[in-house]
Design a binder for this molecule. Structure first.
Ligand SMILES: Nc1ncnc2c1ncn2[C@@H]1O[C@H](COP(=O)(O)OP(=O)(O)OP(=O)(O)O)[C@@H](O)[C@H]1O
Length: 254
């Protein structure tokens, strides 16, 4: 276990007030995301995946329970908790470089240092040479790469990803999946990755948490022993792979 990036979710309940009544979305959710691990969360639409991820990111206050990052309760968003969403959130009026160095500069890092940090992550996500481009000049996949670089520039202990590749075509998705695994290997950041795609979860993660339709409870946790780098064809064609996929799909209906 790594001594940073450990997320401990304890007896967590989350909900929203609608028309004066509290609608509980996630109830009594407990799980430990070990520092440096890659965990995917799958579950049917509306089961509370994004709500959970946002709560881990410090954006929602629990109705009950708590979420700890390395032993300290998460009460608000911090630079240690990087979030990447499916939709683009880059500042359109800033270049890639300006977007990526924004976080470090907000934290008081000098411009020269922030530029160096930004250049390192722009390079890491495969966008070297695009620092002066504005978001609208980039493809959807390139914008996602820039978003990941922007999150990494804050040196987060945890990277929370909410269906980040959901809107991309198969080729772009495969390319970003490969880049993400390289980044994970290099940075040892804890990754919590929400996806609808069972095969994507199987390819990327060490563990898959399946959330239930019934108030976001944990339906099943699957561990994947297959070492990295993984071969997609082999993984999905193997008996173990086919069995796991069937089990995950079976759980999604619960
Ligand atoms: N800001 C909000 N106010 C009120 N209700 C909300 C809010 N955000 C989410 N909900 C409700 O919480 C429930 C869970 O939503 P959430 O977005 O977490 O699900 P999800 O599993 O991520 O779904 P999907 O896979 O479709 O993205 C839904 O019933 C949704 O209507």
């Amino acid at each position: 276990m790594q001594n940073i990036g450990n997320i401990d979710v304890r007896g967590l309940s989350l909900g929203f007030k609608n028309f004066g009544r509290t609608n509980t979305v996630v109830e009594d959710f407990s799980f430990k995301f070990v520092g440096g691990s890659f965990t995917s969360i799958i579950g049917s639409s509306g089961c509370g995946k994004s709500t959970l991820l946002n709560a881990i990111g410090g954006h929602y206050k629990p109705l009950a329970g708590q979420i700890l990052l390395d032993g300290c309760e998460i009460k608000e968003p911090t630079a240690s908790l990087g979030i990447v969403f499916q939709q683009h959130t880059l500042f359109p009026w800033k270049t890639v470089m300006e977007n990526v160095r924004f976080g470090p500069m907000q934290r008081g890092v000098s411009k020269a240092q922030a530029n160096a940090v930004a250049a390192k992550y722009i390079d890491m996500v495969g966008l070297a040479g695009y620092g002066d481009y504005y978001p609208k000049m980039l493809s959807g996949g390139m914008q996602h790469r820039a978003e990941i670089a922007r999150a990494l520039a804050n040196a987060p202990a945890v990277l929370l990803m909410d269906e980040p590749f959901g809107a991309l075509d198969a080729q772009m998705r495969a390319s970003l999946q490969g880049s993400l695994l390289d980044i994970w290997k290099e940075t040892h950041v804890t990754i919590i990755f929400v996806t609808h795609d069972v095969e994507e979860a199987m390819y990327l993660s060490e563990r898959i948490v399946v959330m239930s339709r019934d108030r976001g409870r944990i339906c099943e946790v699957f561990a994947l022993d297959e070492p990295f780098p993984r071969n997609k064809e082999k993984l999905f064609a193997s008996e173990g792979g086919r069995d796991l996929k069937e089990k995950c799909i079976g759980c999604l209906a619960r």
